[in-house]
Design a protein around this ligand. Sequence first.
Ligand SMILES: Nc1ncnc2c1ncn2[C@@H]1O[C@H](COP(=O)(O)OP(=O)(O)OP(=O)(O)O)[C@@H](O)[C@H]1O
Ligand SMILES: [Mg+2]
Length: 310
Amino acid sequence: MVIRMDDVMKRYSRTVALDCFHLHVEKGEVIGLLGPNGAGKTTCLKAIIGLIGIDEGTVSVFGLPQDGKNKEIKRQIGYVTQELTIYEEMSARDNLAFFASLYGLTKTDIDAKIPEVAKLIGLEGRLKDRPKQFSGGMKRRLNIGCSLMHDPKLLILDEPTVGIDPQSRNFILEFVKRLAAEGTTILYTSHYIDEVEAVASRICIMDQGHVIANGTIPELIARIEGDSHILIDVRISNEESLGELKGIPEIKEATLEGNRYHIVVPGGLVVFDKILPILARQTIVNVNSKQPDLEDVFLTLTGKQLRDGA
Ligand SMILES: Nc1ncnc2c1ncn2[C@@H]1O[C@H](COP(=O)(O)OP(=O)(O)OP(=O)(O)O)[C@@H](O)[C@H]1O
Ligand SMILES: [Mg+2]
């Protein structure tokens, strides 16, 4: 077990940031931590890293209790903060070297590691330049690179793609997947469901300091028992076929509006083989279906959208 948090409480005066919080992460997992603003994501990460003390409960990392002082734990974690922590006036190379030195790497190790990390973050040709000349995406990539110099076994990324161009975003997602394939355990927070879907093997949804749901995407979707909606447009519809559709036991609801049939079935059920023969004689011109997705899971479980104003 790489991370083990049980019954964790963290208060900031009257605000309860973590409330009976649990998180268990095994070696090699990529966990997506999803939650709206103020849910407690960054607080959770800081508790794992040992940057803040907790009021109740236990946190252990690599099987060792996290008391904020254990250097053995620190050496094995790479932490990419929500805000950029790079130095704008220092060259990209010097930034990488500086953060590596904080982890105790020797000059020889640093010199050997810089080209490898620069390649991973796609900044090979820009090492001499200062981040103040970089785009937002390049700064983000350098910020991540600084946390990779010491080959962490656990990589923690706090919203690493906020405010960057789609190309840099894809780049980051791709190398996170590559690191995961090489065996790095990853904890990734984000407001973007599609991003978490792309990288995470398991998702933990949190709100108001506690875990609301935890599982793989199919497991989470099965939990909300959402409905699938199927829309079928035909050339010339008829009421008789609607009656036949309503007679199919798996169909919860079927309605007809003009030449469009609207069919509702419980999520996960496949009914096309029963529907299509009934409607085939009417010349099907369009079929649209919407399965419940992670967005629906989030909305159902928390009653809110993931992002303010989304
Ligand atoms: N240093 C602090 N002092 C007081 N309250 C804090 C502090 N840090 C966080 N909080 C509060 O704790 C709660 C959780 O904050 P946290 O930063 O962990 O949320 P988050 O899920 O990371 O949000 P975001 O998506 O906006 O980054 C919020 O109500 C926040 O206002
Ligand atoms: Mg945060």
